[in-house]
Design a protein around this ligand. Structure first.
Ligand code: NAP
Length: 256
């Protein structure tokens, strides 16, 4: 343990898997108590158990971040379980609607002219509205407690580089970037900082199989790991970035 988050409580959406899971494991090593919030109960319980097995504190709450009520219950869980809420990591997200579990990593790509409205609306609902709702639920409690806080959203390099055939994803992530900047100004008087990371190509279940078929190798010569994004999330979540808010950081091996 290094203790950079000693005494803090962190809620992590999408914490069951990939980037969120990596943050949970790392933050617990730094002394934070963790609330894992995710759609996937089995994987979420497993991640929380993993954190406890390594000597940390963690609980799981089944959460659909597209639901305002679920986000509210998720934020309340931190208070009920650990008495405070200092950090929110908003990592829950989908690469596209209509995901086919039989073909992990196979993003459903189609041009805007062919995009079914329900697919567009689902991606925006989870990736943008869901992040806003989680930020709102956490911020309300942080403001009430008066201890400040740190919110870190997980956007994507697709926010700053248009991803053809994935317009809904790209637009949702650009929205998260602007949400982060607006919220940073609104919450600054409450000493709540809001930043975001823009992952590039990180090896997670979301991208499983993708890198075997596509030529996406970043300039640095390897794909990213959840430990790489966890280090950047830790920077924004900890006091190391206490004078930084409304900013984004690409974690992309030089891609952008
Ligand atoms: P992941 O391994 O699929 O993890 C995402 C987790 O979020 C999954 O456990 C998923 O559950 C959960 N989730 C999805 N929709 C949810 C909802 N409505 N409410 C609560 N939980 C939900 O993917 P990841 O690669 O770690 O992605 C995490 C974030 O990073 C996403 O926002 C993604 O867009 C972003 N990102 C990833 C990369 C990359 O290269 N991996 C690059 C740029 C940005 P289910 O499995 O049940 O859906």
């Amino acid at each position: 343990m290094n203790g950079r988050l000693q005494g803090r409580v962190a809620v992590i959406t999408g914490g069951a898997s990939g980037i969120g899971r990596g943050a949970g494991l790392r933050f617990a090593q730094e002394g934070a108590k963790i609330v894992i919030a995710d759609l996937d109960r089995e994987a979420g319980e497993r991640t929380a158990a993993e954190i406890r097995a390594q000597g940390g504190a963690a609980v799981f709450i089944r959460t659909d971040t597209a639901s305002a009520a679920d986000n509210d219950a998720m934020a309340q869980k931190a208070l009920d379980e650990y008495g405070r809420l200092d950090i929110l990591i908003a990592s829950a997200g989908i690469s596209h609607a209509g995901y086919d579990p039989a073909h992990p990593g196979s993003q459903r790509r189609c041009p805007i002219v062919d995009k079914p409205l329900e697919e567009w609306e689902r991606v925006i609902r989870v990736n943008l509205t869901g992040v806003m709702l989680s930020n709102q639920a956490a911020a309300r409690r942080m403001i009430k407690a008066g201890n400040g806080g740190a919110i870190v959203n997980v956007s994507s390099i697709a926010a700053i580089g248009p991803a053809p055939m994935l317009a809904d994803y790209s637009v949702s992530k650009a929205g998260v970037l602007m949400l982060t900047r607006v919220l940073a100004l609104e919450l600054a008087p409450h000493k709540i900082r809001v930043n975001c990371i823009l992952p590039g190509h990180i090896r997670t279940p979301m991208t499983a199989g993708l890198y075997e078929t596509a030529q996406l190798m970043p300039p640095i010569g390897r794909y990213g790991e959840p430990a790489d994004t966890a280090a950047a999330l830790l920077f924004f979540a900890s006091d190391d970035s206490s004078y930084i808010t409304g900013k984004h950081l690409a974690v992309d091996g030089g891609r952008t």
